[in-house]
Write a protein of this length. Structure first.
Length: 273
C-alpha cells in the first residue's frame, strides 16, 4: 500500500513554505518558483516510479541530474493557491538518463508544466551538488525591499554585500559569503540559468537585478532564512537610505561577529581584515 504523498513531511513542508513566502509578499501573482530534490526512497513510498504520466522536454541537458527527482512549482501558478490545490500547482519530476527531459510522476494535473525558470533551477542544483552534496533547495522570489535596493544602490557585489552586512549584526553571520549579483536580463533563458549556476558556486544567494532573489540550501528553512535575512537588511537600508547616516557597524565589529561564530567572511570584503 503506497502512502499518501500529500501527507509526507517533505510535501507538507513545501506547501507551508510556499504559503509563507506568499504571506511575506515575496510572490505576487505567479511570481517566484521553488524546487526541492527528493530522495528516490521517499518517492517510491508514495508513487510507482515506472508510472510516468508525461514526458516534458527541458530545452537543455543536465546529465548530472539523471535519475534525480524534484518537486517543483508550476509555470503560471500562484503560490497563494498551492495550499488549496497542491496537485495542480506542483509537480514531481524525474530527469531522464539523457538529461534533456523530465518525466512527470505526480502533479500538474491540469496539463501544466514546471516553472519557466527550470533551467536556472536544474543548472544550479547541478552546480551546488558539486560544492555541497547536501544541497536540496533552489528558491526564487521577488522581495520588495531587495528589489527597491537594486534601483538605488550600486550593483558591485562587494559594495552591495557590505551594505547588507551593515544593516544588522545578524547578516554577516547568516551569509558570510555575501550575495552575488547578475544584471537585469530577460528571464527564463538557458543563459540566465548558466549564469546563475556559475554565481551559485561561490554564494548561496544570487540577486537578479530589478527582478528578484534566489537562494539555495540544504533545507527549505535554510533557503527561506537566507531570503528573509537579506530582505530584512534591504528593508532597513530603504528606510535609512535617504537620511543622514551618523552610525554604522564597523568592519572591526563585522570581523568580531564572524570570529565569534567561527565563520569566514568572503575574502577581501572587510577592510583591514
Ligand atoms: O515564475 O518569478 O522569474 C515567475 C518568475 C519568473
Ligand atoms: Zn522571478
Amino acid at each position: 500500500m503506497k502512502r499518501n504523498i500529500l501527507f509526507e513531511p517533505w510535501m507538507t513542508e513545501m506547501i507551508r513554505t510556499l504559503t509563507n513566502m506568499y504571506n511575506h509578499g515575496w510572490d505576487e501573482r505567479n511570481g517566484g518558483n521553488v524546487s526541492m530534490l527528493v530522495d528516490e526512497e521517499q518517492v517510491v513510498r508514495c508513487l510507482d516510479p515506472d508510472r510516468v504520466i508525461r514526458r516534458i522536454p527541458t530545452g537543455f541537458t543536465a546529465t548530472e541530474l539523471a535519475g534525480k527527482y524534484f518537486l517543483v512549482t508550476g509555470t503560471g501558478k500562484y503560490f497563494k493557491n498551492v495550499q488549496y490545490a497542491p496537485a495542480v500547482n506542483l509537480g514531481l519530476v524525474r530527469i531522464t538518463a539523457a538529461g534533456d527531459e523530465a518525466e512527470l510522476l505526480w502533479g500538474f494535473t491540469d496539463g501544466g508544466t514546471f516553472t519557466s525558470e527550470f533551467a536556472a533551477h536544474m543548472m544550479t542544483h547541478a552546480a551546488r551538488l558539486r560544492v555541497n552534496p547536501e544541497n536540496r533547495i533552489y528558491m526564487h522570489c521577488h522581495p520588495t525591499n531587495l528589489l527597491a535596493m537594486t534601483y538605488v544602490h550600486e550593483l558591485d557585489e562587494r559594495s552591495f554585500t557590505r551594505t547588507l552586512w551593515q544593516m544588522c549584526t545578524e547578516c554577516i553571520v547568516v551569509f558570510p559569503e555575501g550575495v552575488n549579483i547578475l544584471p537585469c536580463v530577460v528571464c527564463g533563458t538557458n543563459q540566465l540559468g548558466m549564469d546563475t549556476a556559475e554565481k551559485m558556486k561561490t554564494a548561496r544567494l544570487v540577486i537578479w537585478s530589478q527582478h528578484g532573489l534566489s537562494a539555495v540550501g540544504n533545507t527549505l528553512d535554510e533557503a527561506f532564512g537566507l531570503i528573509e535575512t537579506v530582505e530584512k537588511a534591504a528593508e532597513i537600508y530603504m528606510k535609512i537610505a535617504g537620511l543622514p547616516r551618523i552610525n554604522t557597524i564597523s568592519d572591526e565589529i563585522l570581523q568580531g561577529l564572524a570570529e565569534r561564530f567561527g565563520l569566514v567572511p568572503r575574502e577581501g570584503y572587510l577592510n583591514n581584515a
